[in-house]
Design a protein around this ligand. Structure first.
Ligand code: IPM
Ligand code: MG
Length: 349
């Protein structure tokens, strides 16, 4: 079996962390092959040619079995261009409607919340990834005048909400989770979108009697992430709330250096990425933590059905975290490449 794995190294520290993930892929590749298909996408290409994501590249991405992404974004490029026209365009065009973001605290990882025990933090955020406020609907009226109006609409379709809620129920009911699904929204204010989400949860709950359901407002969810994270198993939420709570999620799992996520199309091509950014100030210094990218690789292998290899990566990560001083850039006690070696070592055993 040979998988075509698209690789977008991207900007800033993206290439460094992807290199470590590929080193780990090479070490756990057993019984299958991976053909790496490199894509030169990101700030350098844009600044050189003006191209962000040409259609040919999109077609080639769609022909891969999975995609590994480093990070995109660059201080030289106006905010919004690479984010919208590259990252979000891939998510939308390949209909990667699930953004799966596990929040797991690995052994020995220190966080900013001293009251948390290691096993208090073990949840998965299922972020809707194809609509909501990210759909780009809206516009300006009288732009640049004193009477300017900026409208940004949240699009929530029955189809979109139903598929993400169904996915979340199935995940919560699976043996790897604890059978609890919490809707995180703001139904007391967003009385249309929130109402649709809540109705769909209530309807699908009848089909999944083994799953306990719960509801928490997004602002209160932020409190619980700090105060009582163990109340969460699987969280389902919309695109914008999911974006925000998963940054907080990353912090309670040890920081951006360890948080990985997948943009998943269950019937198509999925893309996995460390959820942190490009960390321009760390670029080229060997100080950035590659574990988030290695965690993304672990999710990619699992999605391809390579369970054994994924489990080896997971063991590698766990053995690395228990030896590292911190998950934060420059404070790990190891260089970027040494952390990759720790994972390879731990994945061998
Ligand atoms: C993320 C990022 C992106 C998002 C940005 C870069 C567009 O914050 O993956 O969480 O908002 O989805
Ligand atoms: Mg984000």
């Amino acid at each position: 079996m040979t998988y075509r794995v698209g690789v977008i190294r991207g900007d800033g520290t993206g290439p460094e962390v992807v290199a470590e993930a590929l080193k780990v892929l090479d070490a756990v590749r057993d019984g299958f092959d991976a053909e790496l298909v490199d894509f030169e996408l990101g700030a350098d290409r844009y600044l050189r040619t003006g191209e962000v994501l040409p259609d040919e590249d999109l077609v080639r991405l769609a022909g891969c079995d999975a995609i590994l992404l480093g990070a995109v974004g660059d201080p030289r490029v106006k905010p919004g261009i690479l984010e919208r026209d590259l990252l979000l365009r891939i998510r939308f065009e390949l209909d990667q409607w699930v953004n799966l973001r596990p929040v797991i605290r690995y052994p020995g990882v220190q966080t900013l919340v001293p009251s948390h025990a290691e096993d208090d933090v073990n949840l998965v955020v299922v972020r809707e990834n194809s609509e909501g406020l990210y759909s780009g609907a809206g516009g300006f009226h009288r732009k640049g005048t004193a009477h300017e109006v900026a409208v940004q609409e949240s699009i929530n379709t029955r189809h979109g909400v139903e598929r993400i809620v169904r996915y979340s129920f199935e995940l919560a009911a699976s043996p790897e989770r604890r059978g609890k699904l919490t809707l995180v929204h703001k139904t007391n204010v967003l009385t249309y979108a929130g109402d649709l989400y809540q109705r769909v949860v209530d309807e699908l709950a009848k089909e999944h009697p083994s799953v306990e359901t719960d509801y928490v407002h997004v602002d209160a969810a932020c409190i619980y992430f700090l105060d009582q994270p163990s109340r969460f198993d699987v969280i389902v939420t919309d695109n914008m709330f999911g974006d925000i709570v998963t940054d907080l999620g990353a912090m309670i799992q040890g920081g951006m250096g360890i948080a990985a996520g997948g943009n998943i199309n269950p019937d198509g091509v999925s893309m996995f990425e460390p959820i942190g950014g490009t960390a321009p100030s760390e670029t080229g210094r060997g100080t950035i933590n590659p574990l988030a990218a290695i965690g993304a690789l672990q999710m990619l292998l699992r999605q391809l059905g390579e369970r054994e290899a994924a489990e080896r990566v997971d063991r590698g990560i766990r053995s690395a975290t228990s030896r590292m001083k911190s998950m934060r850039a420059g404070e790990m006690g190891f260089t970027t490449s040494e952390v990759g070696d720790l994972v390879v070592e731990g994945a061998a055993t």
